[in-house]
Design a protein around this ligand. Structure first.
Ligand SMILES: COc1ccc(C(=O)Nc2ccccc2)cc1NC(=O)CCSc1ncnc(N)c1Br
Length: 273
């Protein structure tokens, strides 16, 4: 609510509960806002750490970006407040927790589950690109699952407005497209590449260019050394979609709206997302 965005919150407005996980730069707790009984995730960031990592401006930009984003597959940032030592982010609580833990548990997802997640992420990214925001850090660690099993993109630590895009290196190498590992200019099509990596990892349990050494992963990415193992068995429609997303030439990657019309998505994704 817009009230949440303006109100001066303090920790005494919340009953703080169990730790939910170690997010970026700090801990996240389950919390209940006392007046409304609304359950939220409260992320605590230490000012000293933010200062040391020189990310204060990034956090301010992120809060600004997030305050304009409203989408069922994007975790809400309701508001923030701070005290002497800490900055607190009031986040939407994703009741079924972290996607990567679910992926570790199941090893890999069914084609229906993978396609449903990929379609909802594509819709969220279409929405972000419509607002000139590219996410650039789509990986399992940044995805959460809501109460109805819906996917939520949760971490905008690296999102930028396209007009002031920066060429900083971000996150694990596995998800970076060639133009980023070669630190060239990049645009929204980086998210298409990352979504292709994610789709592969949903179906096979590992990202496509994984290797023991960073240098090896780097080589496999720039060569787009894409291989589909014989197991688990994956439909040729799924392989076709992945092959159309993991294309070196960024302008030739399948556009997100075309992804939603791809037969593998049409036949496998649950429309409710
Ligand atoms: C919109 O979600 C965010 C927005 C911003 C930032 C953030 O730290 N930005 C940032 C921090 C420092 C510098 C620059 C940017 C982080 C998140 N999100 C998270 O950290 C996820 C916390 S874990 C969790 N959350 C809800 N339900 C659960 N079940 C769990 Br587990």
């Amino acid at each position: 609510s817009s009230e949440a965005a303006q109100k001066r919150w303090t920790t005494s407005d919340f009953d703080v509960g169990k730790p939910l996980g170690r997010g970026k730069f700090g801990h996240v707790y389950l919390a209940r806002e006392k007046r409304s009984n609304h359950i939220v995730a409260l992320k605590v960031l230490f000012k000293t750490q933010l200062h040391q990592s020189q990310v204060e401006h990034q956090l301010r930009r992120e809060v600004e970006i997030q305050s304009h984003l409203r989408h069922p597959n994007i975790l809400r940032l309701y508001g923030y407040f701070y005290d002497q030592k800490r900055v607190y982010l009031i986040l939407e609580y994703a009741a079924r927790g972290e996607l990567y833990k679910e992926l570790q548990k199941c090893k890999y997802f069914s084609e229906r589950r993978a396609a449903t997640y990929v379609a909802s992420l594509a819709r969220a990214l279409i929405y972000c690109h419509g607002k000139h925001v590219i996410h650039r850090d789509i990986k399992p660690e940044n995805l959460l699952i809501g109460a109805q099993g819906e996917l939520k993109i949760a971490d905008f630590g690296w999102s930028v407005h396209t007009f002031n895009r920066r060429r900083t290196m971000c996150g694990t190498l596995d998800y970076l497209p060639p133009e980023m590992v070669e630190s060239l200019e990049h645009d929204a099509s980086v998210d298409i590449w990352s979504l292709g990596i994610l789709c592969y990892e949903f179906l096979y349990g590992v990202p496509p260019f994984e290797a023991r050494e960073h240098s090896e992963t780097y080589k496999r990415i720039v060569q787009v050394d894409l291989k589909f193992p014989p197991k688990p068995i994956v439909s040729s429609y799924a392989k076709d979609l992945i092959s159309q997303m993991l294309v070196k030439e960024s302008t030739r990657r399948l556009p997100l709206h075309k992804l939603l019309e791809h037969p593998w998505i049409v036949q496998n994704a649950d429309p409710s997302g």
